[in-house]
Design a protein around this ligand. Structure first.
Ligand code: HEM
Ligand SMILES: CC(C)=CCC/C(C)=C/CC/C(C)=C/COP(=O)(O)OP(=O)(O)O
Length: 299
């Protein structure tokens, strides 16, 4: 009986630490870094870079997410969406979470230095600090443009993957970063409209709180148009072929339709549905990039 209770307890602790790393967000980031790696080369990606490079990026992203839980623990406790988080409820102490974050970041950087190259490691460190320190520590409470500027850190993984393989920055991965950069505002502001009251209660200056829902919906629409245009660029610069172009058009048209529905206020739950669609959009767009890449190679 005592061992059974002990096992449940250790499972609960394990789950709390996993939650600190925002695992679902990191998995989608890993898909984008994997695509960055595969698109970087016509030959195969060395398996050490594939495994340890992505593991390194994931550990650093998870470490940054754990710092976010520490810094935001008081506002997380105020919002319904986040009040059950391990630090908000006091199940994990700030000191333990920071130690965990530091261990993840050090392990991640060590893997990147050992199995990829210094540039990949330093760019990953810059993304980590961009999210954990610049966005979480300053921008989030300072300006409604917080997620636009902070979005750069979350958009970095395709570049990190590319650089892990090649050792240098080039135009193609920057285009992939630009796609995620343009995607972040519709992704987040749709959720922020849905959760507007909570952000107001926590005194966080998210765009729907500071400038109202109408203004935010107009900006979601504008960024979605920009996203659709930017998402066609891989075809324009001959980085991707017709399969990708077709997918980008179909996926982008659907995103634009959701943004329009949200703007018009013609359907209930449009904000949360736009948010959910944004995640499917990014996932499918990057899968399309990958499939297209291998089709082009085999033609
Ligand atoms: C500064 C940029 C970003 C902001 C402010 C942001 C914000 C958020 C927020 C607040 C949630 C939580 C929704 C919830 O708990 O119900 C969320 C969920 C999510 N985000 Fe983002 N996000 C950003 C960038 C990204 C990036 C770059 C990716 C992946 C490439 C991503 C992928 C996801 C995924 C997969 C979820 C769903 C997680 C779940 O269901 O637990 N986000 N985002
Ligand atoms: C090394 C590397 C690639 C770093 C990127 C790190 C990373 C996990 C970025 C995630 C972006 C994100 C989920 C922002 C939401 O934070 P929030 O505090 O506004 O949302 P919350 O209220 O759900 O915590």
């Amino acid at each position: 009986m005592a061992t059974l209770i002990g096992e449940r307890h250790s499972q609960a602790i394990w789950r709390d630490y996993l939650e600190l790393t925002k695992p679902k967000v990191v998995v989608l980031m890993l898909i984008t870094s994997l695509v960055g790696m595969f698109l970087a080369t016509r030959a195969g990606v060395p398996w050490t870079v594939l495994i340890f490079g992505n593991l390194g990026i994931a550990l650093c992203a998870g470490g940054a997410a754990a710092v976010n839980h520490v810094v935001d623990r008081r506002i997380d406790a105020v919002m319904a969406r986040t009040h059950k988080r391990p630090l908000a409820e006091g199940r994990v102490s700030p000191a333990a979470a920071l130690t965990f974050a530091l261990a993840l970041a050090v392990a991640g950087l060590a893997l990147l230095l050992a199995f990829t190259n210094p540039l990949a490691a330093w760019l990953t460190l810059a993304s980590l600090l961009g999210y954990a320190v610049i966005y979480t520590g300053f921008l989030k409470r300072a300006t409604p443009q917080n997620i636009v500027i902070g979005g750069l850190a979350g958009a970095a993984p395709p570049l990190l993957g590319w650089v892990a393989v090649t050792g240098h920055v080039s135009a193609e991965p920057l285009l992939l970063v630009l796609i995620i950069f343009a995607w972040t505002p519709p992704h987040f502001w749709a959720l922020a409209i849905h959760r507007k009251e909570e952000y107001a209660k926590a005194d966080i200056p998210m765009l729907p709180v500071t400038h109202g829902e109408h203004y935010t919906k107009v900006h979601i629409l504008l960024y979605t148009c920009a996203l659709l245009a930017v998402s066609l660029m891989p075809y324009v610069i001959h980085m991707s072929g017709l399969l990708y172009l077709g997918c980008a058009l179909v996926l982008g048209a659907r995103f634009l339709q959701w943004a329009w529905v949200l703007y018009r206020g013609s359907r209930p739950h449009a904000a949360i549905n736009t948010f959910k669609y944004s995640i499917w959009y990014l996932f499918l767009l990057f899968i399309a990039l990958l499939v297209d890449h291998y089709l082009l190679l085999n033609l």
